[in-house]
Design a protein around this ligand. Structure first.
Ligand code: GRF
Length: 192
């Protein structure tokens, strides 16, 4: 990834599909003086994403794409991202899989947060799988996005203990708290 030049902040887009707690957290982080990024765009594949409310709250441009026509939607996103000179794409609970073409165009500039200690539990339902397998630890990972799902180079991870009393809901809450620490730390790491 390129180095931060002078005081210019890295133009960043955040892609979401749901609640957007990571989005809110990244926006807050971006406003700190030490933050290397500035959020210019929020992209969602659905107008039902609760996280879109943060676009209004923080006055950030948002774009909702209709992924029913996937190729067309992606093409439009690419054009918009290029027009806005976006240099970092943070996936934060974005539930669509981007095409190989998209990943090639923005090669090395897309990162994702995943609620497990990758390479363990790629894909969905990470917390219930960890509990079902009686794992002692859970956690989250920020990684580079490649053509293979949840398999790109790991940037940072945070690990937590699973308590005997934990269920999927309590574990999700605990991990999410760690995600909010991890994503900014991972962004700092790539640009240092
Ligand atoms: C997070 O657990 C993230 O790791 C996963 O989806 C969830 C999104 O949560 N990819 P939120 O929308 O940021 O609250």
């Amino acid at each position: 990834m390129e180095k931060l030049i002078g005081l210019k902040k890295i133009k960043t887009a955040v892609f979401i599909s749901g609640t957007g707690s990571n989005l809110k957290n990244i926006i807050k982080f971006s406003k700190l003086k030490k933050s290397p990024i500035s959020i210019l765009l929020i992209v969602s594949n659905t107008n039902k994403a609760k996280g879109l409310s943060y676009a209004y709250q923080f006055k950030i441009e948002k774009k909702i794409f209709n992924f029913k026509d996937f190729d067309k939607a992606e093409k439009n996103i690419i054009t918009l991202l290029q027009k806005k000179k976006i240099k970092l794409i943070c996936l934060a609970g974005f539930m669509k899989i981007l095409s190989k073409k998209f990943i090639k165009i923005f090669g090395g500039k897309i990162i994702n947060i995943h609620p497990s200690l990758l390479p363990k539990y790629k894909g969905l339902n990470t917390h219930s799988r960890a509990i079902k397998n009686k794992d002692k630890f859970a956690g989250c990972t920020v990684h580079h996005v490649t053509g293979n799902l949840d398999s790109g180079k790991i940037i940072l991870q945070r690990k937590i203990k699973i308590a005997a009393a934990d269920n999927t809901i309590s574990l999700k809450k605990k991990v999410l708290k760690q995600e909010h620490k991890l994503y900014p730390a991972a962004i700092m790491k790539i640009f240092n």
